[in-house]
Write a protein that binds this ligand. Structure first.
Ligand SMILES: [Zn+2]
Length: 310
């Protein structure tokens, strides 16, 4: 299984268009301790020539165009992308679906609640149904493996097994109260386990809590791509750009008591990589003590273009 990071920043990207925080300002002025990042987007290839997007970032069009292996090869219209897996209905996870609207048949995997948010209440996503055949939506179950349908008329299943992991967390603010009442809370934010043979990836770009059932999957995974959004719980408040703590926004911070670094201190078996890094996070400064602290603890920090082979 190949895994590509097409984007590694949290919502807004790095730099964020309207942000003059220290990090964004340093990057704009050419400080070489910082590298730009697009909004988080992962790509997995469970079998040769067939690619699945994990989420659909607002930067998806430019991310696809800058990835030669995603170029169409069969005229008149074609894509090696067979489908998309969604981990939540957050704008950063779903806005890119609109880039995929060019009459392209796709498989879309999401929890039933996320599917209902997009199709029942946000009819713009109905444009995906104009393809012939239209996009096929598949509900992600919990506690059971499922597999990807490959592209093409035969739609053979890939050999990669997937499982959704409930993480707690909340539905996005834009969901109406009426619909929210009929949704399953544990379907709001999920992580993904992808297994091929005896290799396993845990993908959790948004992690509401440092404790919980999801932790057991870190023990059996070769690679964990985990939420690196915020360093400090009060990071946005300290930077003067927000009023909520990291935890209130559904992201366990990296530092402090109960932070991700402490929660996974004992984990040595898996390669641990932080993804979905917010532009205010001091680990983006490669000369910062926080950056060095993360590396010393055995973590890596994802960058656009990072690749893994499992
Ligand atoms: Zn910023």
């Amino acid at each position: 299984m190949r895994v590509l990071v097409l984007g590694s920043a949290a919502g807004g990207g790095f730099p964020q268009w309207n942000c003059a925080c220290r990090n964004c300002s340093c990057l704009r002025t050419g400080n070489l301790s910082f590298r730009p990042r697009t909004q988080t987007q992962a790509l997995v290839s469970p079998s040769a020539g067939s690619w699945f997007l994990i989420n659909a970032s607002p930067d998806l069009r430019s991310q696809m165009l800058s990835t030669p292996l995603l170029a169409p090869v069969k005229p008149p219209r074609h894509t090696p992308i067979a489908g998309v897996v969604l981990t939540s209905a957050d704008v950063d996870c779903v806005a890119g679906l609109l880039h995929l609207r060019e009459f392209q048949p796709l498989h879309i995997y999401a929890t039933a609640s996320v599917r209902r948010i997009l199709l029942e209440e946000n009819r713009i996503f109905g444009v995906l149904g104009r393809a012939n055949p239209p996009a096929v939506w598949h509900d992600i179950p919990f506690h059971t493996w499922f597999s990807f349908r490959n592209a093409g008329p035969a739609q053979a299943h890939s050999s990669t097994r997937l499982q959704g992991v409930a993480l707690g967390g909340a539905f996005p603010d834009y969901v109406s109260e009426k619909l929210r009442k009929s949704l399953q809370p544990d379907e709001a934010v999920i992580g993904l386990v992808l297994a091929e043979g005896n290799h396993q990836l845990l993908y959790v770009p948004s992690l509401p809590s440092g404790s919980g059932q999801w932790k057991s999957w870190t023990q059996t995974s070769d690679l964990c791509l985990l939420d690196g959004t915020f360093w400090d719980d009060r990071e946005l408040i300290s930077a003067g750009v927000g009023s909520k703590t990291a935890r209130e926004m559904g992201h366990v911070p990296l530092s402090g008591a109960g932070g991700l670094l402490q929660e996974l201190e004992a984990l040595k078996s898996a390669r641990r990589v932080l993804i979905h890094v917010n532009n205010t996070n001091p680990i983006l400064d490669e000369n910062s003590s926080e950056h060095r602290q993360v590396l010393r603890a055995g973590w890596e920090i994802a960058y656009d273009g990072m690749e893994f082979e499992l």
